[in-house]
Design a binder for this molecule. Structure first.
Ligand SMILES: C[S@@+](CC[C@H](N)C(=O)[O-])C[C@H]1O[C@@H](n2cnc3c(N)ncnc32)[C@H](O)[C@@H]1O
Length: 391
């Protein structure tokens, strides 16, 4: 393992806090829901770029996290199996140690292989049970064709669920920079072609970032357009019901550090993932607020009070935006469910930020304003699936 890779696994950096918070929340939801009807309550997680399980400083990586989930869920009962693939010898050895001490009673496999080579065999092993695949490379992911093959599993009519979470790192901009260099590094560009399922992304990039002196905003727009193009390709290849793209930023006014793409064939999976993302982001904002206060004169109580005030402000803004969008939909004179109008109600800006509690506050507001006859109080269904009727 290179010293760079070693350093990478020393301690958890802020962006990893977010992806793990989302994984922590959603793994339980996925296993509880899909494992309630699966054969023997079995559910599988594939962690394709597994890492060492724990960072050198002892904090949890995805390996330790998923093993913990499998143990916690056993009581429900859920028979969660974890399949880890990691192709760095030293890292895989660390993961094996972690699993030896923390994986007692859990069904797991750890394979020292390239994920491309081992994925087909794993897909065969778990073909009859619900599957969540987490692909978290440090660089470019495996070719889109191979990711799409995960969705070749049967669909509909009681077929087991299939979901994928991919980390697309923003170092896409480093590769794409070659599009403007005089001696275009064709090999680097071809690596992106392979990861993104063709060279379509080159035109998309150049459309948003036409010259090498473009602005940072143009670069971010180009990046997001390519990530959206990637998501569309996955959808065309059978990822189905929906895809969430979460752009992970340190703060709202900074450029994304990476993008998480979540693909599912189940609309309820979309909403449940949105709920987990919203909670994960809240956890992450808290982490960042605490980290920003460390070493300053602010005491524990001050940073927490400041963070809570910021959260209340954000929440109020989201509820107002949601209420305005719900009102606009209701004014069209037809009943609808949020789940069927995600683009209109969530747009690009609220995806992954809002959850049930914000929907509740917004619907209450619209109800109080006399725009709907639907009172969310005591609803037996989740609010995104509640039919909202115009007044
Ligand atoms: C970002 S780290 C993983 C972090 C981990 N998933 C977590 O969330 O804690 C990426 C890992 O993928 C491994 N890796 C890189 N290329 C791989 C490949 N083709 N197949 C399997 N593992 C790979 C690297 O050695 C590294 O440990």
């Amino acid at each position: 393992m290179s010293s760079d890779t070693s350093k990478f696994h020393e301690s958890k950096k802020s962006p990893a806090v977010l992806k793990h918070a989302i994984l922590d929340s959603y793994a339980s939801v996925f296993a509880s829901k899909t494992g309630s009807t699966s054969i023997g309550h079995r559910v599988a997680f594939i962690d394709g770029y597994a890492g060492p399980g724990r960072y050198t400083d002892g904090t949890e990586g995805s390996g330790a996290l998923l093993l913990r989930k499998a143990k916690d869920l056993a009581a429900y009962p859920r028979d969660v199996e974890c399949h880890f693939v990691e192709n760095d010898a030293e890292t895989v050895a660390r993961l094996r140690e972690v699993a030896k001490t923390e994986g007692a009673g859990v069904t797991y496999t750890i394979t020292d292989a390239h994920i491309s080579a081992h994925l087909p065999e794993l897909l065969d092993t778990v073909k009859d049970i619900p599957l969540f695949v987490y692909l978290d490379p440090c660089g470019l992911p495996i070719p889109l064709d191979e990711v799409a093959r995960i969705f070749d599993r049967p669909n509909g009519n009681g077929a087991p669920a299939t979901e994928v979470l991919i980390n697309l790192t923003a170092n896409l901009r480093r590769f794409a920079g070659h599009l403007h260099s005089e001696k275009a590094q064709e090999n680097s560009l071809k690596r992106l072609d392979l990861a993104f399922g063709g060279d379509w992304w080159r035109d998309v990039w150049l459309e948003h970032f036409p010259t090498k002196d473009g602005s940072d905003d143009q670069r971010t727009a180009a990046e997001l357009a390519v990530v959206k193009g990637y998501a569309d390709k996955l959808r065309e290849r059978g990822a189905g019901a929906g895809i969430w793209i979460i752009d992970v930023r340190q703060r709202a006014n900074l450029k994304p550090v990476y993008y998480l793409i979540f693909a599912t064939r189940n609309i309820h999976g979309m909403m449940a993932f949105g709920e987990s993302t919203s909670k994960g982001l809240e956890h992450w904002r808290k982490y960042n607020a605490k980290a920003a206060a460390a070493g300053t004169l602010f005491g524990e109580s001050e940073w927490e009070a400041g963070w809570k005030a910021e959260e209340a402000k954000l929440s109020a803004q989201w509820v107002d935006t949601l209420a305005a969008r719900l009102t606009a939909e209701l004014e069209k004179g037809r009943e609808f469910r949020i789940i069927d109008r995600t683009e209109e109600i969530l747009g690009d800006d609220l995806v992954g930020l809002v959850r049930e509690m914000h929907f509740r506050a917004a619907i209450k507001k619209v109800f109080a304003a006399g725009k709907t006859t639907t009172d969310p109080k005591g609803s037996k269904v989740r609010l995104e699936a509640l039919t909202l009727k115009p007044a």
